[in-house]
Every structure is written in structure tokens, then in C-alpha cells.
Design a protein around this ligand. Structure first.
Ligand code: PMP
Length: 394
């Protein structure tokens, strides 16, 4: 059978994730130090796991409301108000989803008509471009260049706006760079959204992981923005809950309702045990992640110092748990750098280009890895750079 003719054209033509392809090379190798996958190295804090275990013991194994447990939505509203300073009604403005991944997907599908343009900043999370395409939108990337510490300039966003623009998508701190948007630029982006009557998607998944005493501002909290913003957040990063697949979207009720229609048909609801775990996580609040945050900050200091010292210029990121060093001085492409480093030293980093064309010449290293392994990986990387300079990996 000619399967190519059976598969939907827009899916057939979609490239596979560059990260996945790279990790096929790592799977099954126990000798590799991975600075690759973007997830915490510690399991979910025990009280959160315990809450889920108890719920299963009690036989709480049913569906929940499509919207998510009301008790969880009430707790989300309290948390979001406390952390982001935006007030959402748990009944009409919050939807519990299967990770931020599902929330972003149904948000795009609920708003995009074929051909609508979505502006986002690159380098960015690998799913943004394909998710926009799968919703029949047109991805419009705008560079968040290293020259501006990986922040995006409102002026560059403005240049990309056309009559077809519907959404501006933001993610600060950013995966894969750890970049943060200065407040003045965020305010200018808000003014653009208001002037051109655009919707803003703000992916806040790393917003608890900020360093150097920074305080986070979500664009949703700026004057006039709540009514045109969808705030996406979840539990994967701060609460070390990647495997639970739990997230949420906060949005004006007509947008929440549109997203809910897709969610109820394709997902029904997020798993009840994950929702109960999420409820416990929010009750614990910052006490569940503050120790990890402090530990990530120390690891960031180490990795940034070591990378710069070995001649790979590396921006000191204000948040998330990634660094995005410039490897151009090695003369290798990002992909060759990552493959040769893996083959010769068993250290895994991710090549930059899957995060956007501007990522060529860079690699992403996730430092949510045990401190002693970061030290070891840096020693090995230093050896590798010396060997490259001596012509060994040409
Ligand atoms: N947004 C960004 C920026 C991410 O980095 C990730 C995961 N790496 C997600 C969303 C997806 O998160 P979740 O586990 O909640 O689906």
C-alpha cells in the first residue's frame, strides 16, 4: 500500500523532532552523562506522590469533570493570583489539561483559522512550530538573538505583524536559552497586542525557576492584558512532575469554553490521580520547589563558569534550567559537535537547530542533572574541546 498517499499531507510533510532523533542515539546507553532531556533529576516530592498513592488506595479512579476537579481549579486560581497577580474564576476561566503540551495544542486549535499567523520567538521550545502547523496556522518566527541576551525585541515583533496575525506566543524564561524578557519590552509587546487587537499566549512553565533574586512578571498581569491573554502553566518543571502529565490554561471564559470543547472530545479529562497530586503540590507551594531552585542556581553558576572558561561563550541565563553555549569557535556544526562529543566522551547535549534556525552554532545543555555529573561532563567536554583544537575530531 502507498501509505504516503494515506497520511494527511500536513502531517506527512512535518519533520520529526530533531531532539527525538538525537536521543535515539542515547537510548539504552547507561554510560552516557545526559545534559539532554529537559527534566528535573529528582523525583516528585514525596508528599505529592503520597497524596496520589492514598487516592488510589481510596479507589479514586474515575473520570473527573471535563474541566478538572473543582477543588484543583480553586487551588490553581489561588496559586495563580498569589504568584502571577492575575485573578481567574475557577468555574469559568480555568481548564485542567494533560500537561502544558495539550493546553497549547488545544489553545492553537481553538483560535486558528487556516492561514492565520502566529508570531513566536526563536530559539524556542521544539513543539511551537509544528503545533501551529498542525492547527493549520502559519508559524512566523522572530529572532530572540544572543546579542540581546535571548530576549525578543518588541520592534522585531512589530515588523512581523500583518493583517493575518492572530496570536503572539511568548515563553519566559525560555527553553532552550533561559532568556528573560525585560519588563520594558514586555510592556511594549502588550501595547502592540492591544493596538493590533491580538491574542497573547504566555507559556509560564519555567516561571518559578528564576535566579539572582529576580521576580517574575507575566504579560497577563499587565494593564488591559488579561482579557486578551491565555496563561499556560503546569507542574512538570517546578514540582518535578513531568510524568504526571498535568497542566492548565487560564483564559477569558469564551476562550476557555472553546478550548474545553476540543479537550472534552479528545481527552475527556486529565487523570484523576495526577489532579489529586497537583492539588497537593499547590498546597505545598514554594516549599516544594525552593530547595531545588536554589540547587539549580548553584549548578547554573558552575556550568556557565566552566563553559566560558573552556572557550565556549555562554550567556548567564536568569531562569529555567538550560544553558545555550556558542560552539562556533570549534569549527564544528551543532550536530557534529553533539554527535562527536557523544561518541568520544559519552556526554549528551542537544544541537541548537531544532529550536530554530538561529540555533545553529549553539547547543543546549540542561543542568537539572546531579552536580557531580555536571562537573564530570564539564571535565570531559573540556578534554573534547582540547582534542578538537588539536585537530583530532576533524
Ligand atoms: N512548554 C515548554 C517551554 C517546555 O519546555 C515544555 C516541556 N519541555 C512544555 C511546554 C511541555 O510541558 P508539559 O510537560 O507540561 O506538557
Amino acid at each position: 500500500m502507498n501509505y504516503d498517499s494515506k497520511i494527511a499531507e500536513h502531517i506527512r510533510d512535518l519533520p520529526r523532532s530533531g531532539i527525538r532523533d538525537f536521543f535515539e542515539l542515547v537510548i539504552g546507553r547507561t554510560d552516557v552523562i545526559s545534559l539532554g532531556v529537559g527534566e528535573p533529576d529528582k523525583p516528585t516530592p514525596w508528599p505529592i506522590r503520597e497524596a496520589a498513592i492514598r487516592s488510589i488506595e481510596k479507589g479514586q479512579t474515575s473520570y473527573t469533570s471535563n474541566l478538572g476537579l473543582e477543588s484543583l481549579r480553586i487551588e490553581i486560581a489561588k496559586y495563580v493570583e498569589g504568584f502571577f497577580h492575575v485573578n481567574y474564576d475557577p468555574k469559568s476561566e480555568i481548564l485542567v489539561t494533560v500537561g502544558v503540551s495539550e493546553a497549547l495544542d488545544i489553545g492553537l486549535r481553538a483560535l486558528i483559522n487556516p492561514g492565520d499567523e502566529v508570531i513566536y520567538h526563536e530559539p524556542c521550545y521544539v513543539s511551537y512550530n509544528p503545533s501551529i502547523q498542525m492547527a493549520f496556522g502559519v508559524p512566523v518566527p522572530v529572532n530572540a538573538s544572543p546579542a540581546h541576551d535571548f530576549a525578543v525585541l518588541a520592534a522585531d515583533i512589530e515588523k512581523a505583524i500583518t493583517p493575518k496575525t492572530k496570536i503572539i506566543m511568548l515563553n519566559f524564561p525560555t527553553n532552550p536559552t533561559g532568556g528573560i524578557e525585560p519588563l520594558e519590552e514586555l510592556e511594549k509587546i502588550a501595547a502592540l497586542a492591544i493596538k493590533h487587537d491580538l491574542i497573547v499566549f504566555t507559556d509560564e512553565i519555567y516561571s518559578e525557576l528564576l535566579y539572582d533574586d529576580r521576580k517574575h512578571t507575566s504579560i497577563a498581569s499587565l494593564p488591559g492584558m488579561k482579557e486578551r491573554t491565555v496563561l499556560f502553566h503546569g507542574f512538570s518543571k517546578a514540582f518535578a512532575m513531568t510524568g504526571w502529565r498535568l497542566g492548565y490554561a487560564c483564559a477569558p471564559s469564551p476562550l476557555r469554553e472553546a478550548m474545553m470543547k476540543i479537550h472534552q472530545y479528545c481527552m475527556l479529562c486529565a487523570p484523576i490521580m495526577s489532579q489529586i497530586a497537583g492539588l497537593e503540590a499547590l498546597k505545598l507551594g514554594a516549599s516544594a520547589f525552593e530547595e531545588m531552585r536554589v540547587s539549580y542556581e548553584k549548578r547554573r553558576n558552575t556550568i556557565v563558569r566552566r563553559l566560558n572558561a573552556m572557550g565556549l561563550p555562554c550567556f548567564n541565563p536568569g531562569g529555567a534550567f538550560y544553558v545555550f553555549p556558542d560552539i562556533r569557535s570549534t569549527g564544528l556544526s551543532s550536530k557534529d559537535f553533539a554527535i562527536k562529543l557523544l561518541q568520544s566522551k559519552s556526554v549528551a547535549v542537544v544541537p541548537g537547530p531544532p529550536f530554530g534556525a538561529i540555533g545553529e552554532g549553539y547547543v543546549r545543555c540542561c543542568y537539572a542533572t546531579a552536580p557531580e555529573l555536571i562537573d564530570k561532563a564539564m571535565d570531559l567536554m573540556e578534554e573534547f574541546i582540547a582534542e578538537v583544537k588539536a585537530g583530532k575530531h576533524a
